[in-house]
Design a protein around this ligand. Structure first.
Ligand SMILES: Cc1cc2nc3c(=O)[nH]c(=O)nc-3n(C[C@H](O)[C@H](O)[C@H](O)COP(=O)(O)O)c2cc1C
Length: 187
């Protein structure tokens, strides 16, 4: 099982969340590669069984590093290179209502255009999930300097725990799909 966790991160908030996801994916039995979006190409994604895409929210949309990755995926989109792969998404903002859900949906939409199977991040209500949970993916609201997009905070332990569990969940589903008889084929 190969998992790639791609993060488009400027000051490290989203990268921190990516690392929690990666730890969960590893604990679920996958080999995991964490890649900045600017170092990720189509081949990394085609080689993976499962993947996560994450970005910071810029006005409710993905940042340019993620957009530039999308620009490089036209070929595998037309070839169906990601068809049937299992995916999850994650995002950070600096404010509670600063676009987390819209940016997560943008990433989900892109995965669906590639024919991927997107895994939700809904779980039984715990105090952490009531406070930090998001059904669309892993998420964190991280304090940021007002005058500069500097990292001044970190995702909370609750956000990191939910991200870790999401990493486990997506790999568990990808593992089940890979071992399904007959093997799942979308094409
Ligand atoms: C150009 C720009 C636009 C942003 N727009 C928003 C926004 O609309 N709402 C919000 O809550 N945070 C916004 N942010 C803050 C980032 O989403 C937030 O700091 C994020 O955690 C940064 O993560 P990163 O270090 O992984 O890039 C913006 C930051 C920048 C630089």
């Amino acid at each position: 099982m190969q998992t790639v966790v791609v993060h488009a991160s400027a000051s490290g908030h989203t990268e921190t969340l990516a690392n929690a996801i990666a730890q969960g994916a590893h604990a679920a039995g996958s080999h995991v590669t964490v890649l900045p979006a600017e170092q990720c190409g189509p081949d990394h994604l085609v080689a993976a069984d499962a993947m996560f895409w994450g970005t910071s929210s810029y006005f409710g949309g993905p940042n340019l590093k993620m957009v530039h990755l999308f620009e490089r995926l036209g070929g595998i989109w037309m070839a169906g290179g990601l068809q049937g792969k299992v995916g999850g998404v994650f995002a950070t903002t600096s404010t509670m209502h600063g676009g987390l859900e819209t940016v997560l949906h943008t990433l989900i939409d892109a995965m669906m255009h590639h024919g991927m199977i997107v895994v939700p991040n809904t779980g039984a209500f715990t105090p952490e999930r009531i406070r930090f949970g998001c059904p669309y993916g892993a998420a964190a609201v991280v304090e940021t300097a007002v005058d500069l997009d500097m990292a001044v905070g970190q995702p909370t332990p609750g956000e990191m725990q939910i991200a870790y569990e999401y990493g486990q969940r997506v790999v568990a589903i990808a593992t089940q799909m890979r071992s399904a008889q007959p093997p799942y084929t979308a094409r």
